[in-house]
Design a protein around this ligand. Structure first.
Ligand SMILES: Nc1ncnc2c1ncn2[C@@H]1O[C@H](COP(=O)(O)OP(=O)(O)OP(=O)(O)O)[C@@H](O)[C@H]1O
Ligand SMILES: Nc1nc2c(c(=O)[nH]1)N[C@H]1C(S)=C(S)[C@@H](COP(=O)(O)O)O[C@H]1N2
Length: 168
């Protein structure tokens, strides 16, 4: 069971001015893999607060998924906060999400989403819009369990694991 935390970055959402559809989509899509939601919060786009929350949630989760604040708006700061926390970056996740996203909309190149590892927790940024969340998460979802197994050291032989699970 992958213990998962969801963090929605939204100034409007944190003030109760918008329903968090994006967080809800993450929750629904995660049912496709073996996860349990252990934490969920909507916070404003404040760098120090995001850093604090990522560190706090990493103590209780194997996976943290953020949504929002990845673009070029004046208050978009999620990638910088994530980079301040992670110890290893996984650039392939962002590359894959943007590459696939551009098949849907050229605006996908405007997301600066990053992914990486802090201690034993995988952190993945997703854009804020519900469509952006669904399209981006569908790209990385199949590799999340394998990545977490590698982080935790429960899979050490990638080649053998690939023979057993050729599609993930
Ligand atoms: N959590 C969410 N739930 C539903 N829709 C969202 C959410 N986050 C973003 N959106 C939608 O995606 C659009 C682009 O997201 P973006 O984060 O740039 O918006 P925003 O209005 O600046 O957000 P905020 O002021 O809440 O931080 C929003 O205008 C909204 O329509
Ligand atoms: N696949 C995909 N990626 C996407 C989108 C989308 O609809 N689909 N929306 C884009 C848009 S419009 C923006 S502004 C950026 C950043 O969104 P954020 O600032 O809400 O995180 O993500 C982009 N990435």
């Amino acid at each position: 069971m992958i213990r998962t935390a969801i963090v929605t970055l939204s100034d409007k959402g944190s003030k109760g001015e918008r329903e968090d559809k994006s967080g809800e989509i993450i929750r629904t899509m995660l049912q496709q893999i073996n996860t349990s939601i252990v934490a969920y919060e909507i916070i404003p786009d404040e760098k120090d607060l995001i850093i604090k929350k990522l560190r706090e949630f990493s103590k209780l989760s194997d996976l943290i998924i953020t949504t929002g604040g990845t673009g070029v708006g004046p208050r978009d700061i999620t990638p910088e906060a994530t980079r301040a926390v992670i110890e290893k970056e996984l650039p392939g996740f962002g590359e894959a999400m943007r590459m696939e996203g551009m098949k849907h909309t050229p605006r996908a190149m405007g997301s600066r989403a990053v992914a990486g590892i802090y201690r034993q927790t995988l952190i993945i940024n997703l854009p804020g819009s519900p469509k952006g969340v669904a399209e981006n998460l569908s790209v990385v979802l199949p590799v999340i369990p394998h990545t977490i197994n590698l982080i935790k050291g429960t899979v050490t032989d990638c080649a053998k694991d690939r023979e057993q699970h050729p599609h993930r």
